[in-house]
Write a new protein. Structure first.
Length: 289
């Protein structure tokens, strides 16, 4: 059995492999960094490897297979009954941090989660190179909420980081649902890839999201993102967060609120504190079926 870092597949083949394996390691369900071939000396054509003889394994189980800890019989049983198809979930391994503090960058807005919160109000606000920082004391952060739907949520506890996110299309149809590192739903035309500590979500050849974790700086950065729901489009591009095409503006007064809720758009519960609330917003046309 061979790992194939240099091999490539057509997009349709990638989707077939991911769907057959449940979008994760056939043994434990963790999202994958690469593909593994089950037939030695299998032929390739123009660098293409046969998709039908390809399986997804996480790094740990790949090493166990190479070391003989994981037997071929066990592998074959998992291929016939992948973990995620039995458990109806895929798992992203929790990220670890040096402390219970974490920055979350969404375009030009940076949020800071600090479970061991000891900052005074005077030390909460910073402004560097037009980047806004807001601190919240607690282990949960909800940077983006639209009509009371939390499109993005971050949790840090015992130095372990998990995140949740929901992606929709123009028809308000769910494309991807991640809940505390568990993949609850992936649409057929969506591809999820983890390479190193970068999560990439694509639809066909269009990148919907790229999330990168920097362990040294304890930071989650959305290099690119496209969140949308009910005619609200929040796009991260070139270090800027755009809401329906306009750069989001947050005042210093708003940033003085140490709250777990960041940007709240549309309806919200009356007593929900947040950094900024866009109650009335001109919504783009939502496609109908």
């Amino acid at each position: 059995m061979e790992q194939m870092p240099g091999a490539y597949f057509r997009t349709t083949d990638q989707r077939k492999i991911a769907k057959r394996c449940g979008h994760g390691c056939v043994i434990c369900g963790q999202l994958i960094t690469g593909y593994y071939h089950t037939r030695e000396n299998a032929g390739t054509r123009y660098g293409r490897v046969e998709a039908a003889a390809t399986v997804l394994l996480c790094t740990q189980h790949w090493r166990q297979l190479r070391a003989g800890i994981l037997t071929q019989k066990q592998l074959e049983a998992a291929i016939n009954a992948p973990y995620n198809l039995q458990k109806s979930k895929a798992v992203i391994k929790p990220l670890t941090a040096a402390t219970n503090s974490l920055s979350v960058t969404l375009g030009h807005i940076m949020f800071y989660v600090n479970y061991d919160f000891t900052h005074t109000i005077e030390s909460i606000i910073h402004s560097v190179n037009n980047t806004s920082y807001t601190y919240n004391g607690g282990n949960n952060l909800y940077p983006l909420t639209v009509d009371e739907t939390k499109l993005l949520a971050i949790n840090i506890l015992d130095k372990r980081i998990s995140f949740s996110l929901m992606l929709y299309n123009d028809y308000n149809e769910l494309l991807l649902n991640l809940n505390r590192n568990i993949v609850n739903y992936v649409a057929d035309n969506i591809d999820c890839r983890i390479s190193g500590e970068t999560l990439t979500v694509t639809q066909a050849d269009t990148e919907l999201l790229q999330l990168q974790y920097n362990k040294e700086e304890a930071g989650l950065t959305f290099n690119h993102a496209h969140f949308q729901l009910n005619g609200v489009q929040c796009v991260v591009s070139d270090g800027i967060l755009l809401v329906n095409g306009a750069q989001l503006s947050v005042t210093t007064e708003e940033l003085c609120k140490p709250t777990p809720f960041g940007i709240v758009i549309g309806a919200k519960q009356e007593f929900t504190p947040c950094v900024t609330h866009l109650e009335k917003i001109s919504r783009v046309h939502t496609a109908t079926i």
